[in-house]
Design a protein around this ligand. Structure first.
Ligand code: ADP
Ligand code: ZN
Ligand code: ZN
Length: 754
């Protein structure tokens, strides 16, 4: 007699639903929700799935398959994680399997874990400051050794006044991007030495921890306000101008939570930001602090999982700093989630599914743990601010910068005027050049922001206007001078720079517009003695490249840093006084209902990098439209007006936060069939939702990788629970999928697609 026990299992597939398998006798006593099991699915072979629940309900189908093997002795996924997965799959209309794929490191080889012994590196003996300086100086001729030694000093936190303690050798090699033989050389010279230690002992070591900073009066008031509101509300929005000390407030909140044995998740929108914040956190909280993001290798991710799951307060992680995917770590006891730069668009995953918003999902995660959430920003999203205005969230404010330094002065530089008067030097207005010149004269640093990477966004035939486009996408190819290629930023297609026009064969191909690479080239010509660097997707492909550039800028080895939005957020540089926004127009003219909100936030953020310490900074914004309303608001750092204007507009035209949106993208390789099928779906949806359906229409990029694209946007009323509307949408899509030939469509649903 076979037993009558079954398990519902999540498989890493895009198919909705859980799959029921029979439990074999030999694992009956061992199987539990959250463990992984090996099963067969379809004809396609073996999968590792997660057990969700066990029951006696024999499924209606015949030939229920039996679980092949049990893979974990203890659950890999806890109950709260499973609940979060389910919520994400229901809210964002994807399968739990898709959430699973995003959530777990792909090689969760938990079983093979053995405690590791690790080599630590220490100074060969105690040196005085002076001796260390001399040693560093003497290493000038051996830059790789110098890099290792300065990385060592950095990692120990010595520069921040912490006594030198041994650091992990692998950590040091990673930080310095160096090799072991360099360390050997330094050891042979009597500068460094190796010592051995068990890793867990390392985390136990009571390394010196700096007490948290004393809050200023304004900060203390905001902190009190947040903790008071947490008694009644689960979520508080902290609106604090740039450099007001939001991070210091978080640090105080973290300390409270760690004291009572709770875990804290600290979320940031961008990997580049973790570099600086992690040092600030480790200084106070030491080895219980961990980082998590997609740049880690799979084994490293597994290691971090283990440390988050480890509930021993001495060896486990209590505080995690991470980007959106850190949401999925196996927390068991969260007390607080911090979402810094909560307005940031990078919190939303657009492709592939799960198309989740990490801020909104984190709020759900906090609710599952009965934890509190603090959202922080200098320019909150319209929806969060609206939630604060209507009392759903608590609200606290910091209106001044720490140390009462004034917010930077903003200079609007009119590019149209400057071109007309022939005052432009390549892409720089006289105002910007003067500001850079002054800063460099005082040995201060400069950041230049341009929202496009590459040399120029397109090239053009000067005779006939022909523009090379991608062979797979409806996109102009971007010219990258460094590699001398044309590149598609949507699919990665690359081709050589053509010597002749593809249409009239003239040789007069010219570059148009400008990206970061071009700005870098040109600024080097204008300021030949300045040291210039660039931070964008192209210069940060290596795992440690963020680190290197940020350190170099901190240590003033770079005078002018050019970058895309990755330099605009959250970074804290002491000596940076001038920020230039090279082209505000292409931010403002983006065809999206959020373009104005986003441009305000971006300009406010990037301005916020200037003049954060001793003195007021200066920001030069170049635009051809100085009277633009948003630019005027940035000029006055006037968030409140921006919010009012946006809220009014969205109320009038029914956009979020006053409705919910669901976007459906439909793709087909043949344009006419795409039109045919998308019209069917559009008509069907209009019968249900009437005028609240927009489209089908061609998006700005109407073809990617040979797939033509149409989108349909559905606005759902805010007041009603969205579950029913979402089900109607799913039903309509399923009806479309039953049409003849519809299996060659690709359909994606994006809930809150902004
Ligand atoms: P925000 O997160 O609002 O941008 P930060 O927390 O980064 O601001 O603070 C800006 C700078 O001022 C940081 O270098 C920080 O160390 C310093 N700072 C802020 N508050 C204090 C404080 N209470 N005591 C000492 N330094 C502070
Ligand atoms: Zn392409
Ligand atoms: Zn031509």
């Amino acid at each position: 007699m076979p037993n009558n026990r079954f398990a519902d299992i999540i498989l890493p597939l895009a198919v909705r639903g859980r799959f029921t398998y029979r439990i074999p006798d030999n694992i009956l006593d061992l199987i539990r929700p959250g463990v992984r099991v090996k099963v067969q699915f379809g004809g396609k072979g073996l999968y590792s799935g997660i057990v969700c629940n066990l029951h006696n309900n024999s499924p209606a189908v015949k030939n229920v398959k039996t679980i092949i093997d049990l893979e974990d002795a203890i659950p890999a996924i806890n109950d709260l994680q499973l609940k979060l997965w389910l919520w994400i799959s229901e809210y964002y209309l994807c399968s739990e399997g898709e959430v699973m794929k995003a959530a777990m490191p792909s090689e969760m080889s938990l079983v093979n874990y053995k405690p590791r012994f690790e080599t630590l590196i220490d100074l060969a003996r105690k040196f005085t400051d002076n001796e260390l300086n001399i040693i560093l100086d003497n290493l000038k001729k051996a830059p790789r050794q110098q890099e290792v030694l300065s990385a060592f000093i950095r990692l120990t936190g010595y520069t921040e006044g912490i006594e030198i303690k041994p650091v992990s050798k692998s950590w040091l090699l990673k930080e310095a991007e160096s090799s072991a033989n360099i360390i050997d050389t330094l050891a042979a010279k009597g500068i460094l030495r190796s010592v051995s230690s068990e890793v867990t002992r390392l985390s136990n070591s009571d390394s010196y921890k700096e007490p948290v900073k004393k809050l200023s009066e304004a900060q203390a008031a905001a902190y009190e306000s947040v903790t008071r509101q947490f008694k009644e509300k689960d979520i508080v929005l902290l609106h604090g101008v740039t450099s007001s000390g939001k991070t210091e407030i978080y640090i105080h909140l973290i300390e409270e939570q760690l004291k009572i044995g709770k875990q804290v998740l600290y979320m940031l929108p961008e990997i580049a930001l973790t570099t600086q914040i992690i040092l600030r956190l480790k200084k106070h909280f030491g080895a219980v602090t961990g980082v998590y993001h997609s740049r880690f290798s799979d084994p490293e991710k597994v290691e971090i999982w283990r440390k988050v799951a480890d509930t021993d307060p001495m060896s486990g992680y209590r505080l995690i700093l991470g980007v959106r995917s850190s949401l999925f770590l196996p927390f068991s006891n969260l007390g607080l989630i911090i979402i810094d730069e909560e307005h940031d668009g990078s919190y939303k995953q657009h492709d592939p599914a799960p198309r989740y918003h990490a801020r909104d999902s984190a709020i759900m995660l906090a609710a599952l743990h009965k934890a509190k959430t603090i959202l922080g920003s200098a320019s909150p999203s319209v929806e969060s601010y609206n939630n604060a205005v209507n009392g759903k969230y608590g609200f606290a404010e910091l209106k001044e910068r720490f140390g009462l330094i004034k917010l930077p002065t903003i200079v609007i530089a009119n590019t149209r005027e400057a071109y007309r008067k022939k005052l432009m030097v390549s892409h720089f207005t006289p105002e910007l050049l003067q500001a850079i010149d002054e800063a460099l004269g005082k040995d201060e640093q400069v950041i230049l922001f341009q929202n496009r990477r590459g040399f120029s966004p397109y090239i053009e035939c000067s005779e006939c206007g022909w523009i090379p486009v991608c062979i797979q996408c409806a996109v102009n190819l971007t010219y990258h001078k460094g590699i001398s290629k044309l590149v598609c930023h949507y699919c990665g297609y690359t081709t050589d720079m053509p010597s002749k026009c593809g249409s009239c064969h003239s040789t007069g191909m010219v570059t148009r517009g400008f990206g970061t690479e071009k700005i870098e080239d040109e600024i080097k010509i204008v300021f030949p003695s300045a040291s210039v660097a660039r931070m964008d997707q192209d210069t940060t492909r290596n795992k440690n490249s963020f680190n290197k550039i940020i350190r170099a800028f901190e240590e003033r080895r770079i005078d002018i840093l050019i970058g895309t939005q990755m330099i605009s957020k959250g970074l804290d540089f002491e000596n940076l006084t001038v920020v230039g926004v090279l082209n505000a127009d292409n931010l403002l003219n983006y065809p999206d209902f959020r373009a104005h909100e986003r441009s305000f936030q971006l300009m406010e953020q990037v301005s916020g990098r200037a003049g954060r310490r001793q003195k007021q900074g200066k920001v030069v914004i170049q635009t051809s439209d100085p009277t633009n309303k948003i630019i005027r608001m940035v000029l006055r750092h006037d968030y409140a007006s921006m919010f009012r204007m946006q809220a009014e507009e969205r109320m009038t035209f029914n956009y979020p936060p006053f409705c919910r949106m669901v976007k459906i993208s439909i793709k087909h390789k043949e344009r006419s069939l795409l039109n045919y099928y998308s019209d069917i779906l559009g008509r069907d949806l209009k019968e249900i939702f009437g005028k609240r359906v927009l489209g089908p229409e061609s998006p700005v990029i109407s073809q990617v990788q040979l797939w033509y694209i149409k989108t349909i946007l559905i606005k759902i009323e805010r007041e009603k629970p969205p579950v029913k509307a979402k089900q109607l949408i799913i039903d309509a899509i399923e009806r479309l999928q039953e049409e003849k030939g519809a299996s060659s469509l690709r359909i994606a649903i994006d809930v809150d697609p902004y």
